[in-house]
Design a binder for this molecule. Structure first.
Ligand code: FAD
Length: 459
């Protein structure tokens, strides 16, 4: 079977590598010149790596870690202790450390008890309020999708301070929006994993660039199995045969048509909507995609002439737009550069910042950063890089979860993969990996039913 996959982000690469390994011919069409989607990296004119985002991998990412391990890439990460370090102007740096020798959920609750920005009363209220997700299950969490996390938090008596000092930051890190915007389901899903699995909060970063450590090796394997990953090839539209209810090809922007027995959209939801034929909008399945809108976010790297934060782990910040950041020269061994810092920031919420000119944006980030780390005022900023992503992961707003589509579409030979599709994890690299695996299952079920053989015969 020949499968055409649009998009080389994590979900598309999982579909391609898995199907290639099972003897299918795969062709990946990627519109950009670099693979990896929102987890991509490329070199700038000086040869320095520019990353599309700061990418954190958790111990809870079983599907992704299993996938990479199966393909000889299990040694890709630099693991950090399970600790969330918060930087704030008022409190300096303070951490929630998961205590390794305690069982779940006591390991996390003990960490909260030692977190100095909260009062004892806040901690007790938080401990009591979190009992519900700690002893709840995914079905309880799913039912909380009708309200914002902030509403859920306050309704459970946990108070404003823990929202301001911890949970807004967590929501920003997960979905690039504050806790009063995102659905309670989002934050509770993360907490459920942390409360039930000892290794879930362990965090890792790629040892260096995801391009050389993950995507190029996977492309090599796919090509070794006879597949193709074609970069700089944008899918512009889909050829849909309405009477047969099947796709006849992906049309590229140079007008060429790429045909196969099955087609996978592993594009982000906003890109898929742009290329969907009008005839498909009659299906609620496709029409409902309009409810899934991307979150804007900015990734900025600031190169300094000296070490600034001195922390070999991620940093979260409360009350700024620097939701998560890290010194890449410390956390990723392949980026070490003789004692200088490469501070990489996930800047969110970004609605009001994304249109700012570069110089203004750098000043804005520098202002917030130097308030958190005054030592940065003495350092020389050598250069910066900025990546603006107006539509990143889908906005996990209250009530939106119901519109996430299954990987099997109503069109016989069209399948979807992507973090926004229906899977039990968040919009994340793990979620994208799970969606890729589910997509492969749906394709194989269609083969077993004989649906794809029929499409192949008429293609
Ligand atoms: C700044 C930032 C930080 C993040 N941090 C984390 C993190 O720490 N941990 C975590 O788990 N997740 C993180 N994420 C989320 C994670 O990157 C995404 O969930 C994941 O990349 C989604 O994978 P995907 O395959 O669904 O889509 P994508 O990665 O978006 O890949 C889709 C691909 O489709 C391509 N495409 C689009 N249109 C077309 C077209 N017309 N033709 C051909 N190709 C097309 C795109 O160029 C892209 O390569 C972060 C995201 C961002 C933006």
């Amino acid at each position: 079977m020949r499968v055409i996959i649009a998009g080389s982000g994590p979900s598309g690469m999982v579909v391609a590598r898995t199907l290639a390994g099972r003897g299918h011919e795969v062709v990946v069409l990627e519109k950009r010149e670099v693979p990896g989607g929102k987890v991509s990296a490329w070199r700038d004119a000086d040869g320095d790596w520019v990353e599309s985002g700061l990418h954190v991998f958790f111990g809870a990412y079983h599907t992704l870690l299993g996938f990479l391990g199966e393909h000889g890439l299990g040694d890709t990460f630099n693991w950090k202790p399970a600790e969330m370090i918060f930087a704030s102007e008022r409190h300096g740096m303070a951490g929630i450390s998961f205590v390794p020798w305690l069982p779940t959920p006591l390991n996390g609750l003990a960490g909260v008890l030692k977190f100095t920005p909260l009062t004892l009363g806040d901690k007790l209220r938080m401990g009591l309020g979190l009992l519900r997700p700690i002893f709840g299950d995914q079905s309880y969490v799913d039912q909380q999708d009708d309200q914002s996390y902030a509403a859920w938090h306050l309704r459970h008596g946990m108070g404003q301070r823990s929202l301001d000092e911890v949970m807004h930051t967590m929501a920003l890190a997960l979905n690039f929006q504050r806790a009063d915007k995102v659905s309670a389901k989002l934050a509770l899903t993360a907490m459920l994993h942390f409360a039930h699995e000892k290794n879930a909060p362990k965090m890792a970063l790629v040892k260096g660039s995801p391009d050389t450590n993950i995507w190029r090796p996977l492309i090599g394997q796919i090509e070794g199995l006879g597949g193709q990953v074609l970069l700089g090839r944008r899918v512009a539209s889909m050829l849909y045969d309405e009477p047969a209810n099947e796709l006849r090809g992906f049309v590229l922007d140079d007008g060429s048509v790429i045909q196969g027995d099955a087609y996978v959209s592993a594009m982000p939801v906003h890109s898929l909507r742009k290329v969907l034929p009008d005839a498909l909008r009659q299906f609620d399945y496709f029409d409902n995609l309009k409810h899934l809108k991307g979150s804007p976010v900015i990734t900025m790297q600031l190169f300094f002439d000296r070490q600034i934060a001195g922390v070999d782990n991620l940093l979260f910040s409360a009350g700024t737009h620097l939701s998560v950041y890290a010194d890449m020269a410390m956390v990723a061994p392949e980026y070490h550069n003789g004692g200088q810092s490469i501070m990489q920031f996930v800047v969110a919420p970004a609605e009001k910042l994304i249109g700012m000119p570069d110089d203004e944006l750098v000043r804005f980030v520098m202002d917030e950063f130097t308030r958190l780390h005054p030592v940065a005022r003495e350092a020389t900023l050598l250069k910066h890089t900025i990546v603006r992503i107006p539509n990143s992961v889908y906005q996990a707003l209250p009530g939106v979860d119901q519109y996430r589509p299954d990987q099997a579409s109503p069109v016989r030979n069209l399948f979807l993969a992507g973090d926004y599709t229906r899977q039990h994890f968040l919009a994340s690299i793990e979620g994208a990996t799970i969606s890729g695996k589910l997509c492969v299952e749906r394709i194989e079920s269609a083969v077993a039913r004989g649906d794809l053989a029929a499409a192949a015969a008429t293609a």
